[in-house]
Structure formats: structure tokens, C-alpha cells
Design a binder for this molecule. Structure first.
Ligand SMILES: [Ca+2]
Ligand SMILES: [Ca+2]
Ligand SMILES: [Ca+2]
Ligand SMILES: [Ca+2]
Length: 285
């Protein structure tokens, strides 16, 4: 009688929930790297046994998934693990987007050209740029581009670079880039710049030895007084490596929340791109 009234049971062709595979991805709960999220590919970027979709630090092995630093200060945990929390003393940070470049289908999240996804990396061999189709607002916006391979092409001295961009829009944007040395015996540089704004340069390489295996970080923050700062950081050597940093003031009082990355004159392989947002920093940055 009830079915005749609602018309649901007779047309419901969904398979019943399997108690041994609650998320229905075909992986039994006990073996599922993410037992409550549909992730049939089981991708685990950092190999810590926690699948990307439910890992609170998807590029840093942290099998305990601890997220306690805010709780210790009587705030709520924010879902960003202690091992990678941008601001461990403040709640509210969000990992908005994570791109592990694990399958060719991830290309659909971007517009642009020159990158291809292969062997768990986004790969460029010359000129390339991808801009994320989605954006996320927030007074803080941070991108982390993991670049295990940067190899400058011959004949590109002074012009080759790999860059992460934030708040890109028509005629505006912030860029954090690693740029090849202008001379063969020079040292590669970190360059922070804003369209129609300031540019700052810092030498980060060793003369004659090009930078490779780096994490490029761009972090735009708008403080309580609506003043923006852009932090550009290169961690050479990967996680735990040598940190180089530049800060420039920015003219933004409202961010677009967009992100992009590109390469010029280089063979570059990106293993992951993370995008975080955070609420107002009250000038912490
Ligand atoms: Ca799953
Ligand atoms: Ca993991
Ligand atoms: Ca992890
Ligand atoms: Ca946290």
C-alpha cells in the first residue's frame, strides 16, 4: 500500500548497501584506504595507508592523522592535520583542492595547454600553463606545487621558469616562480611579483647547479585592515628541505580565489598541487 502511494520501491534499482563496503567503491571496508569515501582508484599520494580523499595531509606521511593543535588551545580541530597545518594555533584552515595528477581525467579540472598527466605527474616540456576551473574565496589562499623534477632546457638562460599563480584574473594576479639563472655560471632565483605591483628577487641556487626537486608555495593573505601580503616560498630538496622566502605587499583587498601554474623553457614534472584557504589572519602572515 505504501509503495503504491509513493511509487518508490518498484522503481528503485539501486543495489542494497553492502555492509562490508559501505561507500560502494568495490573495496571491502577492511581493505579500503578511505572506507567512507568512494575512491575506487585507492590513490595514496604519500603512501601512508590513508587514501588521498580522506588524508588530512595528503602529501606528508602521517598515519596517525593527528589534528590536535587547535584543540590544545580550546578551539575546534580544523581538518588539516598537525603535520601540515598552515597555522597550527588557529582553526579554520581548509584544504580546498588537491590534485595528485594520478589519472588523465584530472586534466578536466583545468583550462590551458602544455601539461599532460603521465606516471602520476603533470609533465611539461617547454611552454605550459593550466588554470584551475574552480576557485575558492577566503582571506587566506595558499597553493603548494610539488616539483620533483625541474630541468632547464638548453638555450633558455635567464628566461626559463616554473611558476605558481594565485588570484589570476584579467590583468591581475600574484606569481611565485623559480627562474633560471641569467648566466650559465649564475644561481637560480626565486621571484615574487604582482601584475602592476611589486617584484622581489632572491637568489636560491648555487652557481652552476640548477635548482630541482622543489616545493613552490604561494600564500596570499588579507589582514584585518584589508591589507594583503604575498608570501612566495621555495623549499629546495622537497619536504624538510631548505626554505627560501620572499614577501611583498599586494594591492588586493579582495582575492579572486583562483590558481594556475605554468612552465617556460623547462622540462617540469609536478607530483601534486594543493590549494588551502584560511579565514582572516589578523596580520599573522
Ligand atoms: Ca573508499
Ligand atoms: Ca595518504
Ligand atoms: Ca598523509
Ligand atoms: Ca589542524
Amino acid at each position: 500500500m505504501a509503495c503504491a502511494l509513493c511509487g518508490c520501491a518498484a522503481s528503485d534499482t539501486r543495489a542494497p548497501i553492502d555492509p562490508n563496503d559501505l561507500d560502494g567503491d568495490g573495496i571491502p571496508n577492511d581493505a579500503d584506504l578511505c572506507p567512507e569515501r568512494y575512491d575506487p582508484d585507492q590513490h595514496d599520494e604519500d603512501g601512508d595507508g590513508i587514501g588521498d580523499l580522506c588524508d588530512n595531509c595528503p602529501t606528508i606521511p602521517n598515519p596517525d592523522q593527528a589534528d590536535t593543535s587547535e584543540v590544545a588551545l580550546l578551539q575546534f580541530e580544523d581538518g588539516v592535520g598537525d603535520a601540515c597545518d598552515l597555522r597550527p594555533a588557529r582553526a579554520g584552515d581548509v584544504l580546498a583542492f588537491f590534485h595528485p595528477f594520478a589519472s588523465a581525467g584530472e586534466a578536466a579540472a583545468f583550462t590551458g595547454e602544455g601539461w599532460t598527466i603521465a606516471n602520476d605527474h603533470a609533465v611539461a616540456g617547454g611552454t605550459a600553463r593550466w588554470a584551475g576551473k574552480r576557485r575558492r574565496m577566503g582571506d587566506g589562499l595558499m597553493g603548494q606545487l610539488h616539483l620533483p623534477v625541474i630541468s632547464w632546457l638548453d638555450g633558455q638562460a635567464g628566461g626559463a621558469s616554473v611558476a605558481l599563480e594565485l588570484d589570476v584574473d584579467e590583468g591581475s594576479g600574484l606569481t611565485c616562480a623559480i627562474r633560471r639563472a641569467a648566466t650559465v655560471d649564475g644561481a637560480d632565483e626565486l621571484v615574487a611579483s604582482e601584475v602592476f605591483g611589486e617584484t622581489a628577487v632572491k637568489r636560491i641556487g648555487v652557481p652552476g647547479i640548477p635548482v630541482t626537486n622543489a616545493i613552490l608555495v604561494g600564500w596570499r593573505d588579507i589582514n584585518f585592515d584589508r591589507k594583503a601580503t604575498f608570501l612566495c616560498r621555495a623549499i629546495v630538496g622537497g619536504i624538510g628541505g631548505t626554505v627560501h622566502e620572499i614577501r611583498i605587499p599586494s594591492g588586493l583587498d579582495l582575492g579572486f580565489g583562483s590558481y594556475a601554474f605554468g612552465a617556460s623553457g623547462a622540462h617540469v614534472e609536478a607530483s601534486a598541487l594543493l590549494v588551502y584557504t584560511s579565514p582572516m589572519n589578523h596580520g599573522n602572515l
